[in-house]
Design a protein around this ligand. Structure first.
Ligand code: PHE
Length: 337
């Protein structure tokens, strides 16, 4: 029996040295226990007096083997851990994934800057609808159906009296109908005209301003524009008013700023004149006030409207309006607040 145990020990220890996983070690242990049972079955054939001594030997053998299994279990567990570490290894020297961050579109940037400038002067933002009725876009703005000024703005009609607004001035009427003076609003938004070349796009953005109160004069408009020019461009930017015509303002003016590129000396951008036209403005025509139920003998007001693309093009030196709508990220990436 001793021989059998020795043989079993040699066989199990040899196989144990080969085990690499907890599972194979466990299976080996089951096999050992089964074979030990077979060996121990031989005990019944031993003479009675030899049994206790042999019992001790068997117990010692069992303990020895159990210790061997436990020791191997520690080794195998370590091996398994190492293998797990190796398979889950992260190469911390590998460059990380760079996420590209988005940025505001130059139109949005300029729109926000304009709102900031005018909000600082007490203007509140009002946004009117893009689909307008003929009445709000033209008739109420002193531009009846047969008025030649309608030709100034090639209009996209959706139906007989429904159109895509050609100017944010339509918002003036909506505000004055609802609100009584004093009024000081800013109305940014998309406008549409059937017009398409390097400096015109069939869809573009305007920023409208309207101030109505007692005793408002052209001087107030001029002072406010001077402030706007300084804040939006530079401290030395000058403002020039030229007589013009809009059906909804009287008198009407075109507003020029001293050229941001040459400072007024004359260059290609300002075509040698030193001035760049940026917006239309004027004192609100009394017919327009009347159309909205505002008494023109009590109240006066001024309005102005500028193209946001035009301001962006001047500010950032962009010479083709199309680049603002192509959404080429190489172009858009260049603008920061
Ligand atoms: N609505 C005019 C345009 O689109 C601009 C303007 C606004 C002129 C307000 C005067 C007063 O050309």
């Amino acid at each position: 029996m001793q021989q059998k145990m020795d043989a079993l020990k040699a066989e199990i220890l040899a196989q144990m040295a080969e085990t690499k996983t907890g599972r194979s070690l466990y299976e080996l242990k089951l096999k050992f226990q089964a074979e030990l049972k077979v060996v121990m079955a031989g005990m019944k054939d031993l003479p009675k007096e030899e049994k206790p001594a042999f019992g001790k030997i068997v117990n010692a053998f069992k303990t020895e083997m159990e210790e061997a299994f436990e020791a191997r279990a520690v080794v195998v567990k370590e091996m398994e851990m190492q293998q797990k570490y190796a398979s889950e290894r992260v190469d911390i020297s590998m460059p990380g994934k760079v996420r590209t961050t988005g940025a505001l579109h130059p139109i949005t940037l300029v729109k926000n800057q304009l709102i900031d400038v005018f909000a600082g002067m007490g203007f509140k933002v009002f946004e009117g609808p893009e689909v307008e009725t003929d009445y709000y876009n033209f008739t109420a703005l002193n531009t009846p159906k047969d008025h030649p000024a309608r030709d100034m703005q090639d209009t996209f009609y959706l139906a007989e009296n429904l159109l895509l607004r050609t100017q944010t001035s339509a918002g003036q009427i909506r505000v004055m109908e609802k609100q009584s003076p004093p009024i000081k609003i800013l109305s940014p938004g998309r406008v549409f005209r059937s017009d398409d070349d390097a400096t015109h796009s069939p869809m573009f953005h305007q920023m409208e301003g309207l101030v109505v109160d007692k005793g408002i004069t052209l001087c107030d408009l001029q002072g406010m524009l001077a402030e706007f020019a300084k804040k939006m461009f530079t401290d030395s930017t000058k403002v020039r008013l030229r007589p013009s015509y809009f059906p909804f303002t009287e008198p009407s003016v075109e507003v020029d700023l001293s050229c941001s590129q040459c400072g007024g000396a004359g260059c290609r951008l300002c075509k040698g004149t030193g001035w760049i036209e940026v917006l239309g403005a004027g004192m609100v025509n009394r017919h327009v006030l009347e159309n909205c139920g505002v008494d023109p003998d009590e109240y006066t007001g001024f309005a102005f409207g500028m193209g946001i693309e035009r301001i962006a093009m001047l500010k950032y030196g962009i010479n083709n309006i199309k680049t603002l709508f192509e959404n080429d990220t190489r172009f858009l990436k260049q603008f920061e607040d």
